[in-house]
Design a protein around this ligand. Structure first.
Ligand SMILES: Cc1cc2nc3c(=O)[nH]c(=O)nc-3n(C[C@H](O)[C@H](O)[C@H](O)COP(=O)(O)OP(=O)(O)OC[C@H]3O[C@@H](n4cnc5c(N)ncnc54)[C@H](O)[C@@H]3O)c2cc1C
Ligand code: SF4
Length: 325
């Protein structure tokens, strides 16, 4: 067991100052991911700064949408009546994740920054560019069934595991960040990054930057989340789809589609969206758009099944939303 110090922050400024001043320090949310990594020996912070009790634990009305405090627990967020009625895609994604006990602990900030479930990342005895930069990627020629098919690189094919983040991508959420150089707002699409030649970096955040809130714009259209997985509960997505759809007189007036389980980021399906916008809201168009999005897929032999799976899941969700009107 490696010794570490523990501080419970009382405000954001103190939390940021504590972590920013120590390269080995880390924020602690619910601890359901970070503590596991400390037990596995793949994270060894010398200082944990608990941010789970900062006064960011409310969901508030904000500019016609909602502001979700970073310390709001996943189960509380899923149960919020405004989320359930106005943002069903977010509620459905949250309850599709983990288990009731985990959701009771997991925070909004920590959920966004949870790390990949690639088995080699979690196994210190194997090469992994994300855990040990330059050591190689064991997955590309190894076990890759659960890993990425879009935006992958020769250095890493890991996927981002969060269900909630996929729904937030389809909702065009904005992440509020407080750092040593002040505050900034980060579009959810700019928070996570593709692996490229630096897969050790999951996000665009700098050391010491604290997520304080996530803003949801006013809701538009029907929305839904579908998760395809090996078991009905307590399993990460093989493929998931979050979608928001508005139809006007039989045509697609607005559409936003994000995919989970396929990339290092929640994958926003911009190609499919561009194909759909203004066209007929019908199954053939949904299928053509999904196929266009997946043309760039670069699967391994083990995870090639994700290409038709993602296509069919996109079509199924859009069809379901179009039938609601
Ligand atoms: C068995 C199991 C099954 C699971 N299944 C699923 C699933 O199906 N779907 C799914 O989406 N998730 C799943 N999870 C993951 C779970 O959702 C995450 O562990 C959880 O959301 C992480 O939140 P946390 O608050 O506990 O984060 P922590 O473990 O506390 O922190 C995670 C990371 O975020 C950083 N951090 C925390 N808060 C902040 C902040 N405010 N600002 C900046 N950095 C911060 C920490 O330093 C750390 O790097 C599962 C987990 C387990 C153990
Ligand atoms: S896919 Fe990424 S996380 Fe998995 S072994 Fe390769 S480098 Fe590591």
């Amino acid at each position: 067991m490696r010794a570490f110090e523990f501080e419970r922050a009382t405000d954001a400024e103190q939390a940021v100052a504590l972590v920013a001043s120590r390269p080995g320090a880390a924020f602690l949310g619910g601890g359901t991911n970070l503590i596991d990594h400390m037990k596995l020996g793949i994270a060894a912070p010398d200082l944990l700064v608990d941010v789970s009790r900062l006064p960011f634990d409310e969901v508030e009305e904000h500019e016609g949408g909602l502001r979700i405090g970073a310390a709001v627990r996943n189960s509380d967020l899923a149960a919020d009546p405004r989320v359930r009625t106005r943002y069903p895609v977010l509620c459905e994604a949250l309850v599709a994740g983990a288990s009731g006990q985990l959701r009771n602990l997991a925070t909004t900030g920590g959920n966004l920054l949870q790390r990949t479930r690639c088995v080699y990342f979690q196994d210190r005895t194997t090469p992994c560019n994300k855990r040990a930069p330059g050591s190689g990627c064991s997955a590309i020629r190894g076990h890759s069934r659960e890993l990425g098919i879009l935006g992958v690189s020769e250095h890493c094919i890991a996927t981002h595991p969060s269900d909630m983040a996929v729904a937030l991508a389809a909702l065009d959420a904005v992440v509020q960040v407080h750092g040593p150089n002040g505050r900034r707002a980060v579009a959810i699409a700019d928070l996570h990054r593709l692996p490229g030649d630096a897969p050790e970096r999951d996000t665009t955040l700098e050391h010491g930057e604290l997520i304080t809130a996530v803003d949801l714009p006013p809701e538009t259209g029907q929305s839904a989340y579908r998760k395809v997985r090996d078991r009905a509960s307590f399993a990460f997505a093989l493929v998931s789809v979050a979608a928001v759809l508005s139809i006007d007189d039989g045509s697609v007036a607005d559409v936003r589609v994000a995919l989970g389980g396929v990339a290092h980021t929640p994958w926003r399906a911009h190609i499919a969206e561009a194909r759909l916008l203004g066209g007929p809201a019908e199954e053939a168009a949904f299928r053509a758009a999904a196929e266009a999005e997946l043309e760039a897929a670069s699967p391994t032999e083990e995870n090639a099944f994700k290409v038709p799976l993602a296509r069919n899941a996109i079509v199924a969700v859009l069809r379901e939303l179009s039938e609601r009107g």
